[in-house]
Design a binder for this molecule. Structure first.
Ligand SMILES: CC(C)(COP(=O)(O)OP(=O)(O)OC[C@H]1O[C@@H](n2cnc3c(N)ncnc32)[C@H](O)[C@@H]1OP(=O)(O)O)[C@@H](O)C(=O)NCCC(=O)NCCS
Length: 300
């Protein structure tokens, strides 16, 4: 191998990116899961200037995606062809994405990784990321679940609502690009809750990102509520569960970092079960809630 170059990713790279991703994660998950090209296209479109490919004479050997949600930048997924691990390919990819997010004004830059992967945790620590808090993936079966009626949501909002609600929970947080991406690429929808004590919205994904796999779960990409209030959270969750049933998805998946410890406890009490753990690591700023609830997963 010679002449490794880190360059911006483009749509023509996505087939190879999907292959490398499947190979890179094979060791961890024990199975080959190819990501759909449509899913990768939508992720690339979220923040093209922060997505890179590592290329040399032998072709593409690694890739990185990142996204910017207002003041928050997060990195992932990052993958290197397993035949080439430990040869300084991951590092320049990580640096390229990090520098882009930093130059673009992100006040917080982080990622989520598997806490039981010694290599990943060591790799990110070495390149300046500090461990911040654990994060969880929570799931609930919604088949035949009776959800209380009367709590509503709407697809319409005033311009700026996503930014206003997000920024009141985490300074500068703006999910507008993600909501627009869901609409444009048809992977999901954004709903605004009505009738809660506070305000809030959810961005929901109803399609699978894995080739040949039918979605079983409604995946909550983000659930943002301006009040940290048990009733508001459970009513919002009930709306999501009811919607999941109505589109024949038998599970709801909600992710949360330990910064939302009360919300996690309330969801567990409401029947959610932990199905995965990960760890948030930050290289710039620290993720803090100024109030309310912000449930999300920093992994695409
Ligand atoms: C994680 C990954 C992207 C790193 O890419 P890479 O090209 O292998 O990494 P680099 O060669 O640039 O850097 C490796 C460095 O990590 C550090 N590292 C690895 N394991 C470590 C450990 N246990 N403790 C401390 N540092 C460690 C080392 O410093 C190593 O460099 P060195 O061998 O020169 O000392 C790659 O291994 C990969 O694709 N893994 C599978 C997919 C994955 O888990 N992606 C990340 C999801 S969050």
């Amino acid at each position: 191998m010679s002449g490794l170059k880190i360059r911006n990713m483009d749509a023509a790279d996505l087939k190879r990116v999907s292959e490398i991703c499947a190979l890179a994660f094979y060791g961890y998950y024990g199975k080959i899961s190819l990501r759909t090209i449509e899913g990768l296209e939508s992720s690339l479109a979220l923040y093209p200037r922060g997505c890179f490919a590592a290329q040399d004479d032998e072709g593409i050997s690694g890739f990185i995606f990142s996204r910017k949600l207002g003041s928050l930048g997060w990195i992932g997924v990052l993958g290197v062809d397993p035949c080439r691990h430990g040869r300084d390919i991951g590092k320049p990819l990580l640096e390229a994405a990090y520098n882009e997010l930093e130059n673009d004004g992100c006040a917080m830059i982080g990622l989520e990784t598997m806490p039981d992967s010694l290599y990943n945790v060591g790799f990110y620590l070495k390149y300046g990321f500090d461990m911040q808090h654990p994060a969880l993936v929570l799931e609930k079966e919604v088949k035949d679940v009776e959800t209380p009626a009367g709590y509503e949501w709407t697809e319409s909002a005033c311009p700026g609502d996503i930014l206003r609600i997000g920024a009141s929970v985490v300074e500068g947080l703006d999910y507008s690009v993600e909501a627009a991406n869901a609409e444009k690429f048809g992977w999901g929808k954004t709903y605004f809750f009505k009738g809660l004590a506070g305000e809030g919205f959810a961005i929901l994904r109803h399609v699978s990102i894995i080739e040949g796999q039918k979605a079983e779960s409604l995946f909550v990409r983000a659930l943002v509520l301006t009040r940290e209030d048990r009733n508001d959270l459970l009513r919002a969750a009930a709306c999501i569960e009811r919607y999941s049933q109505s589109i024949n998805l038998r599970k709801v998946t909600i992710s949360a970092s330990a910064a939302n410890a009360n919300a996690v406890r309330w969801l567990i009490e409401a029947g959610y079960r932990v199905t995965k753990t990960s760890m948030r690591m930050m290289r710039k700023g620290s993720y803090k809630l100024s109030g309310g609830v912000e449930l999300s997963r920093w992994i695409m």
